[in-house]
Structure formats: C-alpha cells, structure tokens
Ligand binder design. Sequence first.
Ligand code: MOS
Length: 764
Amino acid sequence: MNAPTRIEGGMIGKPVPRIDGRLKVTGAACYPSDVPLEDMAYAFLVTSSIARGRIKEFHLEDAQAVDGVLDILTYENTKGKLRKARFFSNGGHASTTIMPMDSPKIWHEGQIIAIVIAETYEAAREAAYKVRVDYVERKATPGFDERRPQPRQISNPLSSSNPKVGNADKAFEEAAVKVDVYYTTPTQHHNSIELFTTTCVWSGDQLTVYEPSQYVYGLKNGVAKQLGINPDRVRAVSPFVGGAFGSKAAVTPRTALIALAAKRLNRPVKLVATREQGYTVSSYRAETQHHMKLGADRAGKLTSLSHEGWEVSSRPDSYKVAGTETTSLLYACPNVYTKVNVVHADRSTPGFMRSPPEVPYMFALESAMDELAVALALDPVELRRINDTKVNPVNQKPYSSRSLMACYDKAAEAFGWSKRKPEPGSMQDGDWLIGWGCATACYPTNVAPSEARVTLAPNGTVRVQTAGHDIGTGAYTAIALTAAEFLGVALEDVNVELGDSTLPPAPVAGGSNATASICNSVAEACEDIRERLAQAAVHSDGPMRGVDPASIHLSHGMLVTDEGKKEPLKDALARLGFGPVEAHSKYTPEVASGAIKLLGHTLLSKGIPVMTPGTSAGDHVQYALGAEFVEVRIHKRTREIRVPRLVGAFAAGRIISPTTARSQLLGGLIWGVGSALHEATEIDRRTARYVNDDLAEYLIPVNADIRDVEVIFVPEEDSKVNALGIKGLGELGNVGTNAAVANAVYHATGRRIRELPIRIEDLL
Ligand code: MOS
C-alpha cells in the first residue's frame, strides 16, 4: 500500500509544542536509567589503566571484603560465556568486536576488565576502587603518528567506494588556480546527559533490558546473539533517551555483561557507567586528516577535486565514516579522485557521532572551497553558484531535488552578506575584528523499512505504536502530527508509543531516517483505516451511500467527501458498528533497490539495519541541503573568539513538525560552534589515555557563547524520496558550521586555521 499523498496541511507542518514536553519538564517521563526495580543490585565497572598489554593478575581480596559486595566478574569467570556479535559496519549490531572480558588482553585504555556488583551503588564503587590489577604493559600507539600525511593503511574496505571520475591528477597539474592543503579534525565525544546505563532483569528465561537506546530492535537482537539465546527472549525498553547522537545506536559490550551478572545473582542489576568510563565503553568520533586538492579555471569552474582522508580506528575494527561519498558529488567537476584510509591504533572502536561522515569531511571541502574563492578573488557564495550541479558529477545521476542555491540566497539575505567587504581584517568594530564566513550543509536522505500499528477507538482517539525512538528529536510529535493529519483528529487525541521492542519494528534512530521512515508507515496505516471506513460508509444507508470511496477523507473529526457531504467521525463509527479499527502497515521505501525491497522486512524483523542510503538511492541521489552563515568577532589583543550571529537556511523536503525540526537545526548550529571552537578529546601520547574525559575539561559552548541563531526553512517538494516527501534533518544542522566558522576566522584575521578546534593560541 502507498501512503496517502493528499496532505491538507491541517496538522502536518503545523508548529505545535512537543507533545512529550510536559512529561519531560515535570519529571514524569521515565527514562530507562530511572526505572526502579524491586531487589535491585548495583554494578560498577573497573576499567583498564593501560592501553595495550594484558592482565597478569587480579587481587580481589580487598574488594571482596567491602560490606555489601555480592559478586565480582572478571575474564576468569566470564570467559567463553558470551558470543561475538557481528560489527555493525558488517551488517551486525555490535559497536565493537572487542570482547572485553573474554581474555586477559587489553586493546585500549578504559576497557572493561571487571564488574563489581553490590547491594548499593556506593559499595560497588568502593569495592571497584579496591580492585588491584597487575598488568604486562606494552608500548601503545595513541592515534595518528606525527607524520603527515599518514601512512596509507587501508584495511578491510567494507563499504567505501572511493568515488572517482576522469583524471584528477592531470587536471590539477593543468589548472589555472589551485589549492593544495591538509586539514585535521580532533577526537570528539558525545557527552549525552543520560549516561551509559543498563538495567537487566530476568524473569525465568526472559530478559528485559532497560537501556537508553536509539535502536531497541538492534539491542534486542545483538544482546540475544551475544548471550546465545533466541531474540524472542529479550525485550529492550527505551521510551525516552537523554541524548545519544549516535552513541546509543550500536550494542556495546556492557549490556550482555550485565545480563550475565543478573543471571548469576538471580536479581535485577543496574549499571551506571561514569561520565569518564563513557569515553571508552561506548564509541566516539575519531580524529581525521584530509588532503584536499582543488583546481579551477580562472572563471572559478572546478576542473579537479581530490579528497584523501585518514581516520583512526581500533586495532581489530576498520570503522570509517568515508565522507568522500558526499564530498565527491556536491559540486560540478569533471575530474574527481577520492580515497579513504584507516589508521589502526590502541584505541576503542569509534562509531557514529552526529553526521558522522559529513562533519569532518565537509570541514575539509568547505574550507578548501573558501580558500579557492580567495585564490580566485571570488565571493564564496558565487563560487558555489558557479559550481552548482543538478547531477552527481561522478555518475551523472540527478538529484531528486536540490535547493542549495535557494538556501544560500535566503540565508545571505537574512545575514546581510551583501555588506561584506572581502578583504581580510577590513571589517572592524572598536577592538574587535569582524569576520563573515559561510559554508554548505548537507545530509543524505536515508529511508528504511518501518512498521506501525494504528488503532482508532470508537471515541475518536488514536493510538500509534511503533518501536521507533525519540532521542530528543521530536519523534513523538512528528508521528502524532502525521496520525492527526490523516485521521482528521485533534493532536490531543493521539497517543504515541515508542521505544519498546515488543512494538512493531522500526529502524535505528540514526542517519536522520526516522521521520521519513516512520511517518510514511503511520500514514499508510491511517490510509488503511480511512479506506475501511470509506468502504463501509458507501455501502451503508447514510449520507455517503454510493459515493466514490476514494473521495472520502477524514478531516476535523468528520468524514468528508469532495462534494462536501459530512458526517461526524464518532457518529459514523457507531452507526457503522465499528469497534476499535486497527491497521498494521509495513512500509518499504519506494527508492529501495530490489534486494532491499524484498529483504527489508525480513531483515528488519530480525533487527538487521537496512537503510537506503541517499547517496545511492536507485536512479538518483537525494540530499537535504543548507547554507550556513557565521559572524565571528575576534579581539585584537586577547584574540578571544566570539560568535554573535549564526544564520542557517535549510531545504529538507516536507517538514512535518516545524517546532521540533527548528530545534534540531538550532541545536546543530550551536553544536557546530562547539565543534569549531571548543570540542576536542585530548590524548596523552605517551600512554594513549584520554586526559579531559569529564564535562569540566571537555569544552562545550555555554549560554554566554551563543547569541543570535536564526533558522530559515526553504520550502521544498520532493516526490521521489518517499510518498510524504520527507528528507529528514536531524543531522543537517551541524554539518557546515565548522567550515563557516573557520572561514569567518580567516576573513577576520587573514589566518587560515586548518586544524580544529580553533583556539586563541592559534591566532596569537
Ligand atoms: Mo546519528 S550519528 O546517525 O545517531
């Protein structure tokens, strides 16, 4: 079945407050970390203080002597108890293939090496601090070495296609104007407010896991795999998530270990990993390096684009974000060369972090585009206009829709870009140098199979059930608006249930695919209900007898025909003898390739992530796009950097919930400032240990750092991406900001900073 395409705009696109807002501000929203259980025991992790080597011996006597200690797990009693789950980049669910308590081997600093369980959290913590470990330590490699570029260690190239076309080297040699530079981005950590917790409880052979998750089906299936049990015996519950940003998408080793502990004790066990432990027991954004070579003719047309990237990963896993899939197709260019390398180090395995490929790779491309504009003495917006394209230059596939220059025009106008003086340092205000910069934001439109159950009760209220997730994004609101739209009921009459693996399967809340995937499945279920009501109405003695059922729709609590015949919905339900009307829809993206279309539901019900990536969606490419403009002010003497103004204009197809969509984009822009000026996880190169793994020293912007932020929606219709025309925008907002800030810093000072974050000391 197809989702209805008739959208009256009654509810979809209406700016309403988020429907779960009251629950959240009153504390009534029950986050998985808050679930209280009878007879709960508490776990505390012991993590490795070395980055490479092995455990020689544990001394547990002092820990065992702490009052209230119930059990201590080490590899000596957990070895062989858990199975390896497949790595997510390899079609599985696991965040890493490192099985931390399966052997004495140490792969990275902060690896889980023991778990203490006690009657109270405090007792578990005290005992954990008393666990003594003798190690055999080996010299660790912290990340990239000091050479640049890094040695080329490409390993296990699972997915990356390294797009290329023409002869980029030759075209670069012959180019009239050239940019040939390196960029670097740092390690970053998500630092969600809700920590990495897990509560496991067994009831007979049934396991329930309460854990903040972006993917309850993945959690259920991944943990079942690790425990070697049938997935039907695992339930994962996560109705709210206090921040995730990618870190709660894949299954970390902690969950199965806590399930094991709960089994041993025959009691519910709750783990709260500390903020510091969160840096190494889950994933992170790895540091990257980039070699960019751009060649252009004198008019500014790109003739050659080369982008080579290096990314750090752990020893056993070849995780890479491979953003050249995006940077190769954004601008018209006949000669493109790209390559991605993985550099293995003694580190935990990195993973998704908001806009994983685009954030580092677009920093490189959009900084280099600005450098090219300077070399050409062209306005940077004009350079993008000259190189705007309607097709992917590598394979000539058209964009399903592309509003990039409309975004630039809207944002430039709102920002006042026409008043910019191009000369660096030429705009000043007293002691402050003013810099204006801009950059492109983009994110592929991903769509995945998704299921939903919608029930219309005789009293006109609606229940929507799907195992999707609201990770703070506004999913509850977007889904409720969709059901309200297509069933013609008030928003207050819609109840949405999410985040429980007993609900119909939904994809990972990642890759900005949730709204597009889930709202289409909800719309299909609503269409099913409308169709059944309409059929009954036209075949009964009533005002709609004999009319075309397709002409009947639901609006403002009424059944309405195109000719204006009306009957209140509740009256019709009673008259036609309906009890609750339930519809269960299985949405499969139209753009999916044959194999995914066929397999999508089988794989999804097994919890295997299947997404149709926007970069290769059948016969076209599909992207949400935006333009971001930034004003920086840099103090002439102290070099303090301020960002008083951010303007972003975005085109992302149909916007279901403008209020929460705007929040996503505002948050993205603000995060972008953090990423450009503050955020970096620092590593002690001698020991391969993080040194600022806490919220005091991991710098993020505070309120005083952020002043005016403006988000503009550029209307866009796209009938190719999915029936409802949704592109998704959860990750779009923070993509261009790094480069926009760096470009503004150049404009203010004439200093090109190619290594993030940009700090005062870079400008002295
Ligand atoms: Mo997002 S990093 O795909 O959760």
